[in-house]
Design a protein around this ligand. Structure first.
Ligand code: GLU
Length: 451
């Protein structure tokens, strides 16, 4: 078996996934990547292939698709489609975010739910995997429209949720405001103040400090630990972080705190380069307060920065690249340019942002590569800390929460590194993450019997 191909014993499982989920390309990509790693597991521990364990892991436990009717500001009835894929509950209630974006379809939610299952297992916390969302496009919608949409979405979804059943959170297009509206509707429909049913809540509803920062901070901690294995650190390094949502903003914040310089960031329209170092307060003002496009940066900042419409942010030379926007945003072509420009480490803040080609190019070039399911697990891990605080009706300080997060990220890094070593591929965090996540889910499933 060569790396980058699926072992012949596992090939029929992949074929069946492709047949059964025709046309769901992102889901195929995510499953293929995990199965490529599992050849070494079944070679060493054939029992992990018993009782159709791998086949069961590739099939979601439940998939819910529903209509979301709502009324826009002009009095027109709009229809969107809602999804929740409850992928695996062997380790705890389904846990994973909700994505509101026009690209959302069942294949995308399924890929995200599949990744989430292994990611959540890697955190070591008692959470299963799930994902949901809608093809609703929040861009340009008024606050009232967002609220009515969230209420209609929750009117159907609430019957499938519960603190012991399924606990959603945010993802692209879903932040604190949306979680608030959904929590309000859940509370109204169920007549229960069940704080543990959603995470990413406001502090006064039982939200956790550091949850908003957690994915970005966590990804930065992960990369810091990877760099340390080579005797390096962020200090004095140039970093490029794609995206300008929650993940990107708090990745930039932590990198700056660690002494790195952010030279570029982006949104889906284009990217900004600021050789003096991106002014993070200005990015926060534009994205979090004004909810505007990143192009505004150059207009407000003036001299020294430039905006490039379209194009690839990965052409900006850097030592550390942190793709934190969306799936498949970093292609093989981008990876080649990054390698040529001397990139040392890549940490995925988004879910599956690098194409399989890009991952291969980084690994062949000896670049430290932290895959999303390990590197961006800090968000969901802090969601699990939020659930813990809700269960004990407690509220931790920022420091306590961040200290736990840093510890969890160190553990995830080390577990991935040790697993890669154990399976004969030192430094291969993709293999390490896939195997370590799989083994934990597989053992938990096996102990539950054939269900
Ligand atoms: N959407 C985030 C992720 O991709 C967070 C999920 C959560 O907190 O449940 O992991």
């Amino acid at each position: 078996m060569v790396s980058g191909s699926v072992d012949e014993k596992l090939e029929p499982i992949l074929s069946e996934v492709l047949r059964r989920n025709a046309g769901e390309l992102e889901f195929h990509q995510a499953v293929r990547e995990v199965l490529e790693s599992l050849g070494r597991v079944v070679a060493k521990h054939p029992n992990y292939a018993d009782n159709a364990l791998i086949e069961r892991i590739c099939e979601p436990e439940r998939q819910i698709i529903f209509r979301i009717p709502w009324v826009d500001d002009h009095g027109n009835v709009q229809i969107n489609r809602g999804f929740r894929v409850q992928f695996n509950s062997a380790l705890g209630p389904y846990k994973g975010g909700l994505r509101f974006h026009p690209s959302v379809n069942v294949g995308i939610i399924k890929f995200l739910g599949f990744e989430q299952t292994f990611k959540n297992a890697l955190t070591g916390m008692p959470i299963g995997g799930g994902k949901g969302g809608s093809d609703f496009n929040p861009r340009g919608r008024s606050d009232g429209e967002i609220m009515r949409f969230c209420q209609s979405f929750m009117t159907e979804l609430h019957r499938h949720l519960g603190e012991y059943t399924d606990v959603p959170a945010g993802d692209i297009g879903v932040g604190g405001r949306e979680i608030g509206y959904m929590f309000g509707q859940y509370k109204r429909l169920t007549n229960r103040y069940e704080a543990g049913v959603l995470t990413g809540k406001a502090l006064f509803h039982g939200g956790s400090r550091a949850r908003k920062e957690a994915t970005g901070y966590g990804a930065t901690y992960f990369v810091e630990r990877m760099l340390a294995t080579k005797g390096q650190a962020f200090e004095g390094k140039r970093a490029v972080v794609s995206g300008s949502g929650n993940v990107a903003i708090y990745t930039m914040e932590k990198i700056i705190e660690f002494g790195g310089k952010i030279v570029a960031c982006s949104d889906s329209n284009g990217y900004v380069v600021d050789e003096g170092g991106i002014d993070l307060d200005l990015v926060k003002e534009i994205k979090e307060v004004r909810r505007q496009r990143i192009a505004e940066y150059v207009r407000l900042k003036g001299a020294g920065s430039r905006y490039v419409e379209g194009g690839s942010i990965w052409s900006v030379p850097c030592d550390v690249a942190m793709p934190s926007a969306t799936q498949n945003e970093l292609t093989g072509k981008d990876a080649k340019i990054l390698v040529k420009n001397g990139v040392v480490a890549v940490g995925e803040g988004a879910n599956m942002p690098s194409t399989p080609d890009a991952v291969r190019i980084f690994q062949d070039a000896g670049v430290l590569f932290g895959p999303g399911k390990a590197a961006n697990a800090g968000g969901v891990a802090t969601s699990a800390l939020e659930m813990q605080q809700n269960a004990s009706r407690d509220s931790w300080t920022f420091e306590r929460t961040e200290t736990r997060l840093a510890e969890i990220m160190r553990n995830i890094h080390d577990r991935c590194a040790e697993t890669a070593e154990e399976y004969g591929a030192p430094g291969d965090y993709v293999l390490g993450a896939n195997i370590a996540g799989f083994v934990r889910v597989a053992e938990a499933m096996d102990a539950l019997g054939v269900i």
